[in-house]
Design a protein around this ligand. Sequence first.
Ligand SMILES: [Ca+2]
Length: 347
Amino acid sequence: MIKLFRESGFCMINNLTGWSRQQTAALVLAGFSPCLVAADYGEEHVAVAPFVAEMQAEHGFPAQYVTRLLAQAERKQSIIDAISRPAERVRPWHEYRKIFITDKRIAGGVEFWERNAEALSRAEQEFGVEAEVIIAIIGVETFYGGNKGSHRVIDALTTLGFDYPPRADFFRRQLKSYLVLTREQQVDPLTLTGSYAGAMGFPQFIPSSYQAFAVDFDGDGQVDIWNNQVDAIGSAANYFAEHKWRHGATVAVPATVTGDQFREGLTIEEGLEARRTVAELKALGWDIQHELADEDEVMAFEFDADGKMEYWIGLHNLHVITRYNRSVMYAMVVHQLADLIREAKDQ
Ligand SMILES: [Ca+2]
């Protein structure tokens, strides 16, 4: 059954077993009400009341404020579709790499460097993270701010937190962080945009990362990763520093393999920890093209490079990049893009 109610500022149908958005729209067209809007996350949605209660108890949000806010969030099937098949899960390495390693993205990185030379140099000094690494992260995430995502963050986080069971707990926590940060920054939670997963601004921080790592790097009193490149640079550098990036350390080196035991040395994707020593890998048939100590702990990877296989050894810093996005292909692309931007800049 449809319940209609009107409150100050907006009105809506409070949803709505069995009614699709199209059916509701048809009601509007039929003149049922000029301000009729279906609420995907009205009070009938089972997830809403517990969330409202928790925001009130844990963070002191008025229940009515949270209820009204959620009633204005929209469930987006496109968001559920997108998170169900991220590029790094469905594409082989040679295809994935081609998306990110392009002449245009390298040239864009050099331009970003020239435009932000002072901030990048200051970030390298303060946080110990090379300029090209900060640039490559921002380049891979948003093409230097050209594609920061057009989903409303409130839609992304409610859709995934309330209607995507595999990761509902995670996104529900992100939604909480998001409401807290919008209160702190005094911005309207209905206005900020980001990726389908609620990642925001130049560095694509999810709300919990924003709260933990975003910094005001230009000193204007605002922590603005959406429009301020200097804050974005400081925030990305701080993220890496807090995850123990080692300035100047080797990130990854190529390897070859022999025999039939080398697969036992591969790092499983779920782990992504440096969990094999160089000596163990050597014993399993890995020949590493770089001077590493036998006791060094590394990750070992096999990539499908269109017909032939590539073998790579990832060191501590590669693991740090996976803390940004838990994918080895992602980390390798950031690493390679950083090197190519540095080379292009030095030419
Ligand atoms: Ca600032």
